[in-house]
Design a protein. Structure first.
Length: 130
């Protein structure tokens, strides 16, 4: 059931962006590509889980991820929502932040995107820092 919910979010996000007349074609394409990227990651995780034997954990694999790429991806995914609310979105990494981290990438992206989406949905003409 969790997987169904996880798949519904990117799909409904694509639908809402396409139906919103405030976005130009380039923005719709960027948002759609990001959501498709998320769907592909979810499918990769499902394939991983499927290959696991029944006695093994079905948790998402821990992978090495570039923090810069992760933050860039999050910024791209939230850019349209920030624009819609006339907000300035600032995402920076601390100088001591490692360039590569070992994480459950999809889970981390989901949590951060959810927090950013909530902040952007409830802020107008403001600034969101991460």
């Amino acid at each position: 059931m969790k997987t169904v919910h996880d798949l519904k979010n990117p799909i409904s996000s694509i639908g809402s962006i396409v139906n919103d007349n405030d976005y130009d074609l380039k923005e719709i394409r960027e948002k759609t590509n990001h959501e498709i990227e998320d769907l592909n990651e979810m499918l990769d995780n499902l394939r991983y889980e499927f290959k696991q034997s029944k006695g093994m954990s079905l948790d998402e694999a821990i992978r090495e991820v570039s923090t810069k790429e992760l933050l860039d991806c999050i910024k791209r995914s939230q850019k349209l929502l920030a624009k819609n609310g006339k907000n300035k979105l600032i995402i920076e990494s601390h100088q001591n932040c490692p360039s590569i981290i070992a994480v459950k990438q999809l889970s981390l992206k989901r949590v951060i995107n959810n927090l950013m989406s909530n902040a952007l949905k409830h802020t107008r003409n403001g600034r969101i820092n991460m």
